[in-house]
Design a protein around this ligand. Structure first.
Ligand code: SF4
Ligand code: SF4
Length: 372
């Protein structure tokens, strides 16, 4: 059974203290180098009070406002991905020992971690990463070790950025599933829902009071406002137009002319999961460490095969990224790989907009664009 109550704003620090008292490190949003990012936090004072983000293709700015709300920004620069699928992960060490080599798997001790501030698109991306890393034939032990330690506290969005399109992918903006606690920030406090046994136990220890009818009305209006978005994908399943566009290089050339193949879009995307494994040794060659590092379709080495880079041009790289994310994922994971968070639009240095590109491709395929 779900429970809900009103938590006064000044009591948010008691949520932090309850989590820290239970042995959790608390990870939450904070402002760093002009952006909202997830970091380990010591107290409520580190939350981005009053900061509002303005996002557009290739543009991100923070503005300080007087209202002091903690969660009035829309999205962190990166989602939860770096906390589970880390940018660098040592996998195995081979050491020279007398008479041969000894191989040791690397296993880390991960502390219990409570993450506060997640949006529904973050939770949807987490469910996709779970599908990839945990539900295949070979579950990833490094991801699993981090995932098992998570307690998730999500926040309903009360506005959308100009780059958001989660309504059209079915992944937001309202929190639907996957969190232990859900917060709705209402000025004087929070409407808090508990959605799991752990969430209910936590809520029972907080100094809450009954919810007023005015809180519910305000919350409903704000959540409705968040659904007003400027962008939308034309469909949740784009296999047909994207497979039709695949062999027509002319269709991809206009985006390839602008794409720097920098890979920013994949780095900030909460669902991109590609990696490579590097082998590193000290100069005395006494040991060798295998390290998994993030990789993307935009790197030449990612498609290096028997002495040949298969996807050398920007046309081939961008086409691979977009077609895999929005078409092939359906065949692999029964849904698209995009949760509509808009990060790839905001953080693309030349402002390439995935929604605009899809719209253009669909229109040109429908109009029967000439083949090269
Ligand atoms: S493709 Fe872009 S909008 Fe979609 S989940 Fe990735 S970063 Fe977000
Ligand atoms: S689409 Fe933008 S972010 Fe992605 S590789 Fe090209 S230039 Fe970089």
């Amino acid at each position: 059974m779900q429970q809900s109550a009103f938590l006064p704003r000044e009591a948010l620090s008691q949520l932090f203290q309850a989590l820290q008292g239970d042995g959790y490190r608390v990870v939450g949003p904070t402002a760093e180098q002009g952006a909202i990012v997830y970091r380990e936090l010591g107290s409520v004072a580190e939350l981005p009070a009053g900061l509002v983000d303005h996002q557009a293709p290739g543009r991100y700015r923070l503005e300080q406002q007087a209202h002091g709300r903690y969660f009035d920004w829309v999205g962190t620069a990166q989602g939860l991905k770096p906390w589970l699928f880390t940018p660098e992960q040592p996998l195995m060490v081979a050491r020279e020992v007398e008479g041969g080599l000894r191989f040791e798997s690397v296993r880390e001790t991960v502390p219990p971690t409570a993450v506060i501030g997640l949006r529904n698109c973050d939770l949807a991306a987490l469910a996709l990463q779970d599908r990839h890393f945990l539900q295949g034939e070979y579950p990833d032990p490094h991801y699993a070790a981090r995932r098992e330690q998570l307690l998730l506290i999500a926040v309903n969005c009360h506005r959308s950025a100009a780059t958001c399109f989660c309504v059209s992918t079915g992944d937001g903006p309202e929190v639907t599933a996957g969190a232990d606690l859900v917060l709705d920030e209402l000025g004087a406090g929070f409407w808090v829902w508990a959605s799991s046994p752990r969430g209910r136990a936590l809520l029972a220890r907080l100094p809450t009071r009954p919810l007023a009818g005015a809180h519910k009305r305000r919350s409903k209006a704000l959540r409705k406002r968040a659904r007003l978005q400027q962008r939308a994908l034309p469909s949740t399943d784009l296999r047909e137009p994207l497979y039709k566009a695949r062999d027509n290089e002319q269709l991809w050339q206009s985006v390839a002319d602008r794409c720097l193949t920098c890979g920013n879009c994949a780095a900030v995307c909460p669902t991109c999961f590609c990696s490579r494994v590097d082998e590193e040794s000290p100069l005395d060659a006494s040991q060798s460490t295998q390290i998994r590092r993030w990789d993307t379709c935009f790197n030449d080495e990612h498609s290096y095969l028997v002495g040949h880079v298969v996807r050398e041009s920007a046309v081939h790289k961008y086409r691979q990224w977009l077609t895999h994310k929005l078409a092939m994922w359906h065949d692999q994971y029964d849904r698209s790989g995009c949760t509509g968070c808009g990060r790839c639009i905001t953080w693309c240095p030349v402002g390439i907009d995935i929604v605009e590109e899809v719209d253009r491709l669909c229109t040109e395929v429908k109009a029967g664009a000439p083949r090269e």
